[in-house]
Design a binder for this molecule. Structure first.
Ligand code: DGL
Length: 257
């Protein structure tokens, strides 16, 4: 099989990475995609780095067995824990990661604080401190770990009282701050963007890295001469470590939302 005709692999701890796949399908409509969500082991964001690394390598092996030409780690937590080691191990496969989209938030240059919502592990990792150090002299940045939020999205709860209560409680300590923007540093969170706007107000910009990651994937495919030559719409296959049709149904619902 010509390498150009192989699928692109996507991975996340669960259904969150579908927010990135959604953008990738827009940017690369003729590519085939294979998505693997590890919902059985979600959430990753409260596990230790070694455990996340091991789970991420297992997931990448699954994608490699499906003969993918490139891999997107559509999970901020797995990217921060494992991307360096993955790139050292799989030297012939382009591997694209995702990190909190702090740069576009800083470039908005709005008055007020930039809040980064992410998992506790992402916010504790070296990769995040490096990113934060780059901008902390020009912007006021507040990391906001949100343990518990991923679980709502994994069960398909994207709106309603429960989730609003969770978000209100999480933002309570910031009630007297002027907020310029929110950076969604976890790929699950774009699925509750509407609820966030409802609670925080429509004026606050909410930024996520899915579009940037999809564009970066396209760039990588072009530079490696891996872009598909097909002219018809690509196929999307979704796998999940939870052997359960409900999670596959939820995945397609999120992808098409
Ligand atoms: N979706 C993942 C991320 O972007 C992590 C969610 C989890 O804790 O499993 O960080």
């Amino acid at each position: 099989m010509n390498i150009k005709d192989k699928p692109i692999g996507f991975f996340d701890s669960g259904v969150g990475g579908l927010s990135v796949l959604k953008e990738a399908v827009k940017v690369l409509p003729n590519e085939d995609f294979i998505y693997f969500g590890d919902s059985k082991n979600a959430p990753y964001g409260v596990k230790n780095v070694d455990e996340i690394k091991k789970l991420t390598f297992d997931a990448v092996e699954f994608l490699v067995r499906h003969n993918v030409k490139a891999i997107v780690i559509a999970c901020n937590t797995a990217t921060s824990a494992a991307i360096i080691d993955l790139r050292k191990t799989y030297i012939n496969i382009p591997i694209i990661g995702i990190e909190p989209a702090l740069k576009p938030a800083v470039e908005l240059n709005k008055e007020g604080k930039i809040i980064i919502m992410a998992t506790p592990t992402t916010l504790c990792e070296k990769k995040f401190f490096k990113l934060m150090n780059k901008y902390k002299s020009i912007s006021d940045i507040i990391p906001l770990p949100c343990p518990g939020l991923v679980e709502f999205i994994e069960e398909g709860t994207l709106e309603g009282e429960e989730i609003d209560g969770f978000l209100e409680k999480r933002f309570f300590s910031l009630k007297d701050e002027k907020i310029a923007s929110i950076v969604l540093g976890c790929t699950h969170y774009p699925f509750v963007k509407k609820e966030l706007s409802k609670i925080l107000g429509q004026d606050i910009s909410i930024i996520d890295g899915s579009r940037g990651t999809a564009v970066q994937l396209k760039r990588k495919l072009i530079s490696n001469k891996f872009i598909s030559s097909k002219t018809k719409k690509g196929e999307i296959k979704i796998f999940n470590s939870l052997k359960d049709n409900n999670i596959i149904d939820l995945s397609f619902r999120l992808l098409n939302s």
